[in-house]
Design a protein around this ligand. Structure first.
Ligand SMILES: [Ca+2]
Length: 197
């Protein structure tokens, strides 16, 4: 359980009222770090880059195994940029399309039919931003999408249910895109851990 890894730092505060003030920290096991310009109750860890790119489901599973964390999610574009810059500083390759998975997933699949045709209904599903949610059922904030043509710019056999920050070394590509969760173009993983409040 995550709680077994929590370290409580307690300090004795002597003032008009004497008390102990305790502050939770990042999990002790693993390379967890705080990232400047992100909420102070989150810790982040970059999954092993040397293992190469992985599927979203692998990234999500690995995070779950690390203090019950999740594939990174953010609330704002500025926060996404802070995570991007931190990951680059920790060894995330910045020279290609592969970046890092974000924990927003489309809840409804929209494949082509057996004849390889995408129905207008499924095309609309792919382009429906409100169908992409995080683990807490929160819809992707609009400002996180990379540009107006995301999601659902690919209308082929790939049903792109997962999301990632791609081209991490290119600031002009800041924002998330939809990708197939497990094939074609894969990404690296970043886990986010929430310090219990
Ligand atoms: Ca896309």
């Amino acid at each position: 359980m995550a709680s077994s890894f929590i370290i409580l730092q307690c300090v004795l505060v002597v003032s008009s009222v004497t008390m102990f003030v305790c502050r939770a920290e990042c999990p002790e096991s693993g390379d967890w770090e705080r990232i400047p310009d992100t909420p102070k109750y989150f810790c982040y860890a970059l999954l092993n880059i040397s293992e190469g790119v992985i599927s979203y489901w692998d990234a999500s599973d690995k995070c779950l195994g690390m203090s019950s964390s999740i594939a990174v999610i953010v609330d704002t574009r500025a926060e996404l940029n802070a995570v991007r810059e931190w990951a680059l500083s920790r060894g995330l390759p910045g020279n290609g399309e592969s970046g890092f998975w974000t924990g927003f997933v489309r809840t409804v699949s929209a494949p082509e039919n057996q004849q390889g045709i995408l129905s207008s209904r499924n095309k609309a599903i792919r382009q429906n931003r409100t169908l992409f949610e995080n683990d807490f059922g929160q819809i992707v904030p609009d400002e996180l999408w990379r540009n107006e043509s995301q999601p659902g710019d690919k209308l082929d056999k790939r049903d792109e249910l997962c999301t990632a920050q791609s081209y991490p070394g290119r600031p002009e590509f800041l924002g998330i895109d939809d990708y197939s969760c497990h094939e074609h173009k894969l990404h690296y993983g970043i886990c986010r851990y929430e310090i219990p409040g």
